[in-house]
Design a protein around this ligand. Structure first.
Ligand SMILES: *[C@@H]1O[C@H](CO)[C@@H](O)[C@H](O)[C@H]1NC(C)=O
Ligand SMILES: *[C@@H]1O[C@H](CO)[C@@H](O)[C@H](O)[C@H]1NC(C)=O
Ligand SMILES: *[C@@H]1O[C@H](CO)[C@@H](O)[C@H](O)[C@H]1NC(C)=O
Ligand SMILES: *[C@@H]1O[C@H](CO)[C@@H](O)[C@H](O)[C@H]1NC(C)=O
Ligand SMILES: *[C@@H]1O[C@H](CO)[C@@H](O)[C@H](O)[C@H]1NC(C)=O
Ligand SMILES: *[C@@H]1O[C@H](CO)[C@@H](O)[C@H](O)[C@H]1NC(C)=O
Length: 903
């Protein structure tokens, strides 16, 4: 992927941000480290790093193959930082006289969204002059040797060496075609010793993945660590990767060979104990330093390519030692300079510790004088360290919560969710439910996760025995390791036993006719005895009530009138009843009391449509000695129709047992009272002190003016639950078939078809329940006819005005007296009148519908208003004036019809 770029565009700039979209750019740093260059970039914030390198004309993406061929390596750590190492002699460098080296790279950060990708150009120039005769660089992915080219020092004798290079002739012929370099020599051939010899032309060498550069003064050969011509050799007991090569350079006249062998340590040079990393490097690396009179001049220790001072080495507790054979570096696991990383393998949480130490060694040889600088950047990662997770209980039972800590994790672990017995909750959902998830960080950089779950939460199971409550919490923690999102789980069950007795408790409510008591048993459920009222709740008694047991709850339903309740207050339409429940623990002798009082609407008094009144009196708590059978109505001859030890039931009518009656506005009120007969006088003449018992019994009959318009329908109350003390005064208008008033038109016959001038016989009755009361008097006040059902509609023909016939009508209404007979018990409840249809004649229509309406007055004959109520039309003088009614009187309206009239 090569593209051309304007040359010189970036030459003078050290770090140029080409594209910065995120607000916080990563930190970018570049540093020259001897024969290397190091770029740092981070944090990457989860993005991938790609590196491009640029030579004078091209920009190329550094693939792993190109990186190892060209002298680049990239290192990532678990904190999301990256380092790019480059050999100063990398194949993209702009090399000025082997003294200054300029490298241009592009660091590209790629996320999921291409629009957020960032690219940073880094140009770094390093100066490095103390080149040793030979410089060897071992990096994580390549080994590099750079040898001073003293071509003429080491001419390849045409004849003498022919024995060694048996195959060379062929290559020399080919090499002759090469053009010379500036110094006149170019690399033509590389001879690999594996240990058998393999000779390769320069093109093939490069195709195979080797990098070969001929700089002004040096020859550089670079090999990937997995090169086919590389082999392993045990050097002083340390396995090394070795590439033995001779590079042949030629000009038109001469050829020369340069030893370009290189050897680097392999992972086998490291050994681990749980706490210590030991890395051994041979003191003398035979393939490189064969002469016996070599000297180890310098050893430097560093990390990530940078030398450390002896003080730093000590502070970090690294140790560097030499013995006869080895240079030995020891690094404690966890030491500064490295980092831990989390892993998941087979569902297990593991960690590793990684560090990248650097050794720089300088050897010298005397004869001929050659120095070799040897630099190894050596990434070491420990084997998996089992890091057992632990759930630590920090429960304080008194606080009523589970407090657990799961740990310890590295920072690269994240809790995703927790599965409880009742489902999976994300961390956010846990916090919403009050579980308060926290991360606790430790000074060493690890952390644990703390969780609080109340004992009362539904995720918590509880079991009870006589002495303890055992709370159990099941959890499966769902965790991931970042950035790779490998998931793992940790399953835990924690249990706490809370000592002591958990008391039972009782709560209760009422509905319209029952007490509902809930007993929540504590841990004493086996022994618990429940007493309802005065009785122990035995299975026999339990049968009388509805008892449901659900877990630790017992639900008891008791009707308000049940024998175990007591009545506190009795009113005409309600009764306040009380239920007492106690819990007894025979072991601890604990008794808990609970009582609940509620008012229940109750039909203690019933007023039946036929005038019968039923009333119930009940024994109340405050009159414990009352004997219900002794109760009477006002008329002490009227005793209960039924009685037992708690209640007495009375049946009477509006006319019996001393019942009084009065009109109050539009209500007729019947009244009686239930009481104990007068107390007998004690021997000493003092009335016995006994609380009075007096229950008033009322029956109201509402006079509902607008609702009584039903014509010819018997007021049938289909509802068996008559409103306790109210009934409706019903006024009915009927149409008789003839003047005998024995037979009436049926409802279904309407509309009636009548001929003009045919008389119509109307009867109006005030019905139930007053037909049992002869004192009620009905009077017709106004009657009229309309063509529409609406009684207020026009036109309107007046028939009866103010109780008297309309004198302006040529065919006046005729009133008919009513006398008692089989059907009529109390004539005062009735009125009858006759009207001729001629009255309604309309000139234009051959037929029409007619409705007849009446306003009626119901009054009391005991208090006749001006004595007018009993008679229909007493005083014609009052005609035209509205008669004054007494307070208690009430007015009603009735309507009949329709009647279809024909001319
Ligand atoms: C830059 O790299 C390209 C691709 O490897 C190569 O063809 C070109 O010759 C190089 N240019 C220089 C000036 O080294
Ligand atoms: C990529 O990021 C841009 C800018 O932040 C945003 O508008 C766009 O919706 C994102 N596209 C996707 C596929 O997420
Ligand atoms: C870090 O500290 C915690 C708490 O002291 C300890 O439990 C944990 O093992 C330590 N982790 C490491 C890696 O040393
Ligand atoms: C819970 O988290 C884990 C990650 O450890 C994941 O694999 C699993 O799908 C999550 N479960 C639910 C229901 O989200
Ligand atoms: C009145 O009606 C009630 C309820 O329907 C009934 O129990 C009672 O016997 C009736 N009384 C008479 C006198 O008909
Ligand atoms: C009277 O009749 C009206 C209309 O039907 C009704 O809404 C009202 O409840 C009745 N009143 C009584 C006291 O029955």
């Amino acid at each position: 992927m090569a593209r051309n770029l304007g040359i010189g565009l970036l030459l003078m700039i050290t770090v140029v941000s080409i594209q910065v979209q995120s607000k916080r750019s990563p930190n970018i740093d570049s540093v020259c480290l001897g024969n290397m260059l190091r770029l740092s970039i981070g944090p990457l914030k989860g993005k991938a790093l790609e590196v491009d390198a640029k030579n004078a004309s091209h920009i190329l993406a550094l693939t792993p193959n190109l990186a190892s061929k060209c002298g680049f390596s990239v290192k990532m750590d678990s904190m999301g930082n990256a380092m790019v190492f480059a050999s100063l002699q990398n194949c993209f460098v702009q090399n000025s006289d082997d003294e200054t080296f300029t490298t241009v790279t592009y660091l590209r950060l790629k996320g999921n969204n291409i629009t957020n990708d960032e690219t940073y150009a880094v140009e770094k120039t390093c100066t490095y002059t103390p080149w040793a005769f030979r410089e060897i660089l071992c990096d994580r992915n390549y080994m590099e040797v750079s040898v001073r080219r003293t071509v003429l020092d080491n001419p390849l004798p045409e004849q003498s060496n022919a024995k060694s290079y048996t195959n060379l002739g062929r290559f020399r012929r080919a090499a002759n075609r090469k053009t010379a370099t500036a110094s006149g020599y170019s690399v033509t051939t590389v001879v690999f010793t594996i240990p058998e010899q393999r000779v390769m032309k320069i093109d093939q060498v490069q195709r195979t993945g080797y990098g070969i550069t001929n700089t002004p003064t040096r020859l550089v050969l670079r090999s990937p660590l997995n090169a086919p011509e590389m082999f392993f050799q045990n050097v002083a007991g340390v396995p090394m990767a070795v590439l033995k090569t001779s590079t042949i350079l030629e000009n038109t006249l001469l050829s020369t060979q340069i030893d370009s062998s290189v050897a680097c340590p392999t992972p086998g040079s490291v050994s681990f104990t749980p706490n210590m990393i030991t890395w051994s490097v041979p003191r003398r690396i035979d393939p490189l330093v064969s002469s016996c009179n070599f000297q180890l001049k310098e050893v430097f220790l560093g990390v990530e390519g940078m030398r450390l001072s002896p003080g730093e080495v000590m502070a970090r507790r690294y140790s560097l030692s030499l013995n006869k054979m080895h240079i030995i570096l020891q690094i404690p696991v966890g030491a500064v300079g490295g980092y831990f990383k989390s892993h998941v393998k087979n569902g297990q949480y593991l960690t590793t510790y990684s560090i990248e130490p650097m050794l720089e060694i300088l050897w010298t040889e005397d004869d001929p004088p050659k120095d070799t600088r040897y630099k190894v950047l050596f990434p070491i990662t420990t084997p998996f360290i089992i890091s057992p997770l632990q759930l630590v209980d920090r429960i304080v039972p008194e606080e009523g919560v589970f407090k657990v800590e799961l740990g310890t994790f590295l920072q690269d672990v994240e809790l995703i969710n927790i599965t409880f017995l009742d489902g999976v909750l994300s961390v956010a959902e846990c916090n919403d439910r009050g579980f308060n998830i926290e991360e606790l960080s430790f000074p060493n950089g690890s952390k644990s996760i703390a969780l609080t779950v109340p004992f009362t939460d539904r995720a918590v199971l509880n079991k009870m025995d006589a002495r303890n409550v055992i709370y159990t919490l099941h959890m499966v923690f769902g965790l991931v390791v970042l950035p790779e999102y490998s998931s793992f789980t940790y399953t835990a069950v924690t249990e706490v036993s809370v000592k002591g007795i958990v008391p039972a408790y009782i709560t209760g409510t009422c509905d319209h006719e029952n007490f509902h008591v809930t007993v929540k048993s504590g841990n004493q459920v086996q022994n618990l005895r429940i007493v309802v009222g005065q009785r122990l709740l035995t299975p026999e008694i339990a049968e009388q009530y509805r008892i449901v047991t659900e877990g630790a709850h017992i639900f008891i339903t008791v009707p308000f009138y049940a024998p175990d309740t007591v009545f506190e207050v009795i009113e005409s339409s309600s009764i306040r009843s009380k239920l007492h429940v106690s819990l007894r623990d025979p072991v601890t002798m604990n008794i808990q009391h609970f009582s609940l009082s509620c008012s229940f609407l109750s039909a203690l008094t019933e007023c039946f449509a036929n005038g019968t009144i039923a009333a119930v009196a009940a024994k109340i708590e405050s009159v414990p000695s009352m004997i219900p059978s002794q109760l009477t109505l006002k008329d002490s001859a009227c005793g209960p129709a039924y009685s037992d030890d708690r209640i007495a039931r009375f049946l009477f009518t509006g006319r019996s047992c001393g019942t009084t009656r009065q009109f109050i506005s539009s209500v007729m009120l019947y009244e009686n009272e239930i009481s104990l007969p007068s107390k007998p006088v004690a021997a000493n003449g003092v009335q016995m002190e006994e609380p009075q018992y007096m229950l008033k019994v009322f029956c109201y009959y509402m006079v509902n003016a607008t609702h009584s318009a039903a014509f010819l329908t018997n007021p049938r109350n289909n509802d068996p639950h008559v409103h306790t003390t109210r009934s409706q005064l019903q006024v009915i208008m009927r149409l008789a078939q003839d003047i005998s008033y024995n037979l009436f038109q049926e409802m279904e016959e309407f509309p009636l078809v009548m001929n003009l001038r045919e008389p119509l016989y109307f009867e109006v009755e005030v019905e139930v329940p007053m037909n049992s009361d002869p004192r009620v008097v009905l009077k017709l006040e106004y009657c009229w006819a309309t063509l529409k059902e609406d009684r207020k509609s026009q036109p309107r023909w007046n028939l009866i005005i103010n109780g008297c016939e309309n004198t302006e009508d040529p065919f006046q209404v005729v009133f008919h007296p009513v006398s008692a007979d089989a059907r009529v018990q109390y004539p005062s409840h009735f009125k009858r009148f006759e009207v001729q249809m001629f009255s309604f004649m309309d000139e234009d229509n051959p037929s029409y519908l007619v409705y007849v309406h009446c306003d009626v007055v119901i009054c009391d004959d005991k208090f006749p208003s001006d004595g007018l109520c009993s008679e229909q039309c007493v005083n014609k003088k009052t005609k035209g004036q509205r008669r004054a009614f007494s307070e208690g009187d009430s007015t009603e309206h009735v309507t009949s019809g329709p009647i279809l009239m024909f001319k």
